[in-house]
Design a protein around this ligand. Structure first.
Ligand SMILES: C[S@@+](CC[C@H](N)C(=O)[O-])C[C@H]1O[C@@H](n2cnc3c(N)ncnc32)[C@H](O)[C@@H]1O
Length: 419
């Protein structure tokens, strides 16, 4: 499904306030649909349109083709423009007032007045939509805040909806990048829904499942708004409904306002007591640069994890090294005594930004390939596979439409089995 483009700002797109009465109900509904896309969009995540994945080292760059509905930056600029937002609020107030008048006329059977409102959409519907948009646009922290519903589909578990709120970056501080949801999270979340078993989540339904004696432990590093962790939790809940199994999901980040928003997103998707139920999800502070120097990890992080996710978390020189140190502490080591046959794995998706190629390369210099590790060496964290994912990101702006190809790398990292 293509999202409709936001071609112009509200000041040029919306019918003039003074002339609202002369527009048809269909035209006004169109204007409300435009405002909903701008200030309260429903996003369908990336979806695969062709898959031909080679999963080994050295795979050719065009392996998998995905389409991402990444937003263009023009839309984001319009959304964060306070002048456009206050104009929209005034426009919506005028529309609500006009619909109230019309409804009163209809109630008083003043047919003449009511008949000036031509078109098939009832004023009550327009008034309700305008009022709910008004609440969204004039909310306390409205400027730059956007709530999205990501909808991912899979034959096995059906439709997974995740509600995620992005907040404005704090004082344009680059460290608060986790305030927004990034394309890598969208790609990874959809991959999880489509192939949960490839991420160690679907095994819960297996015939010979011996893992249910302890909860599966899932961690997200640099969770930001939490899309990946929330999606994993919803997938696990779908499985737990089929089979008696338990899982703990911990979504982590280090930036205070990002963590507050992450907590709010968890509450929105899982209202009620987080400790209640077979699958729990919580947020937790975790700074990759500091964990290895912390003598005892906080309780929630003290036990190792079976599955670790990371979306778009390698964009500075030290990130790969810090993340490796975290994994050494947090990724469950292989053990012959464990009842669970699952090999703990870190799943990492990063975009290939032309400006950050060195940082992306740092993964290859920080982790060795598993088959490069000599047989008698101690087990170490190694690259198990690398896959290239191509997304078609549609752009609309200046009246032109186009399609950019965005390249992502998907790494699987785990303990080498050659020691
Ligand atoms: C580009 S954002 C990606 C957020 C999210 N994974 C997504 O894809 O939407 C990078 C995330 O890494 C987090 N981060 C950066 N440095 C970190 C550190 N030293 N410790 C923990 N998290 C960190 C940021 O706060 C941010 O949430």
């Amino acid at each position: 499904m293509r999202r409709m483009a936001i071609p112009q700002p509200p000041t040029s797109y919306l019918p003039p306030i003074a002339k609202i009465a002369s527009y048809t109900s269909t035209q006004l509904l169109d204007a409300l649909t435009y405002l909903k896309l701008l200030y309260n969009p429903e996003v369908r995540g990336s979806h695969r349109i062709r898959s031909n994945a080679a999963r080994n080292r050295g795979s050719s760059p065009i392996d998998v083709k995905w389409r991402c509905d990444d937003e263009d930056s023009d839309t984001q600029l319009i959304r964060s423009d306070t002048f456009e937002r206050s104009y929209t609020i005034r426009w919506l107030i005028a529309l609500v007032a006009r619909m109230e008048d019309l409804l009163e006329s209809i109630g008083n059977t003043q047919i003449e007045s009511a008949s000036t409102f031509h078109g098939p959409v009832h004023p009550e519907i327009l008034m309700q939509q305008a009022a709910s948009l008004l609440a969204i646009c004039s909310g306390a922290s409205a400027a730059g805040t956007v709530e999205r519903i990501f909808s991912f589909g899979s034959g096995e578990i059906g439709k997974i909806d995740v509600r995620v709120t992005d907040i404005p970056m704090e004082n344009q501080d680059y460290r608060s990048v986790g305030a927004q949801t990034w394309g890598g999270a969208c790609v990874l979340a959809e991959m999880i829904v489509q192939h949960p078993e490839q991420f160690g989540l679907g095994f819960l339904t297996g015939e010979n499942d011996t893992c249910s004696e302890r909860p599966l432990r899932v961690l997200e590093l640099g969770a930001g708004t939490g899309l990946v962790g929330l999606t994993a939790a919803k997938v696990l809940i779908a499985f737990s409904a089929k089979k008696d199994c338990r899982a703990t999901v911990v979504a982590t980040d280090f930036y205070p306002s990002v963590l507050d928003n992450l907590r709010a997103n968890i509450d929105k998707n899982f209202p009620g007591d987080p400790s209640d139920g077979a699958v729990t999800i919580t947020s937790h502070f975790l700074d990759w640069s500091k964990l290895s120097a912390t003598p005892s990890a906080p309780e929630l992080l003290s036990e190792p994890f079976d599955v670790i996710f990371g979306a778009d978390i390698v964009y500075e020189a030290d990130h790969a090294i810090w993340i490796k140190k975290c994994l050494e502490r947090l990724l469950r080591r292989p053990s012959t005594s464990t009842a669970c046959p699952l090999a703990a794995t870190f799943h990492l998706v990063i975009p290939l930004r032309p400006t950050h190629t060195l940082e992306a390369d740092s993964i290859g210099t920080t982790f060795r390939w598993t088959d490069d590790i000599p047989r008698n060496d101690y087990p170490e964290l190694a690259l198990l596979s690398k896959e290239t994912i191509l997304c078609e990101a549609y752009r609309d702006g200046d009246g032109k439409r186009g399609c950019d190809v965005v390249e992502y790398l998907y790494y699987k990292i785990g303990w080498s089995r050659r020691g």
